[in-house]
Ligand binder design. Structure first.
Ligand SMILES: [Zn+2]
Length: 264
């Protein structure tokens, strides 16, 4: 399902971010300005990343440190920015105030399908990586995985969040694929990435770095870039494209893998 990013949400989030000179959006200052209380607590691993609750005239944000949402960590910052989306986006805030929008657990990586979750994620992405600044830092750098690692440090965001933002506004078309146990959980590509469909739908393509990791008992973690053939990765490769190659940078962690694909 494709969800359109709202220009209103982008304007709102970037307006807030650009009030500060710091490139690393000072979320704590936003909380102070809005008089918002955040509670970091142990809510157990199988629950939520973050949750925003309206009670008796006040909003409260809860972040789950059992899911690594520590104050100031990359993941904690994104979850907090997501929850701030529910607070700043009118429809979400009013929904919470009027009880029309139930306080809901936000789960990283599983929220692509829900509109309000998608909107809050987009808000977070724009708040933490405003387009003008982000593009300015990209400049005319030639894409490689190092660009993502450079940007993730500059903006203090996770690699995943950074790669997704790059796919939308970067200077090189990329495809981001996240898989668990050889099953593609989600993928996201730049509008102008030349191929839209993976060769085996939600099964990780065998002849890729991530395919190799999942199919060879993944004894050692992977963090490397390799060349792969378009014809091994994508559906509907035309005859004139059979020689086309891409780079894949794959990062694994236990049963999960994140790959970024791009063309030279
Ligand atoms: Zn949410």
């Amino acid at each position: 399902m494709i969800k359109k990013n709202s220009p209103r949400i982008k304007r709102l989030a970037e307006y807030i971010a650009l009030q500060f000179d710091e490139k690393i959006t000072p979320l704590e200052r936003i909380l102070e300005d809005e008089n918002l209380d955040v509670f970091y607590d142990n809510y157990e691993c199988d629950t939520f990343d973050g949750m925003t609750v309206y009670d008796n005239g006040n909003f409260y944000i809860h972040l789950n440190i059992d899911k690594h949402n520590h104050p100031g960590s990359d993941r904690g910052r994104f979850t907090l920015a997501h929850e701030l989306g529910h607070y700043f986006i009118d429809a979400h805030r009013i929904g919470l105030q009027k009880g029309l929008l139930e306080p809901h657990p936000s789960l990283t990586n599983q929220k692509q399908y829900y509109t309000i979750e998608h909107e809050a994620d987009y808000f977070a992405s724009c708040l933490l990586m405003p387009e003008l600044r982000f593009r300015n830092d990209i400049g005319n750098k030639k894409f490689s995985f190092k660009v993502i690692d450079y940007l993730k440090t500059e903006y203090k965001v996770s690699r995943t969040a950074c790669a997704l933002r790059f796919a939308d506004i970067g200077n090189c078309p990329i495809l981001v694929v996240y898989a668990e146990k050889n099953i593609v959980k989600w993928k996201h590509s730049s509008d102008d990435f030349p191929f839209k469909w993976l060769i085996n739908d939600n099964i990780v393509p065998l002849y890729t770095v991530m395919g190799d990791y999942f199919n060879n008992n993944h004894i050692a973690e992977v963090f490397r870039t390799e060349q792969v053939w378009a014809i091994d990765c994508f559906k509907y490769v035309r005859d004139e494209d059979v020689q086309r190659k891409f780079y894949e940078h794959c990062i694994t962690y236990k049963d999960s893998a994140l790959s970024i694909f791009w063309e030279d």
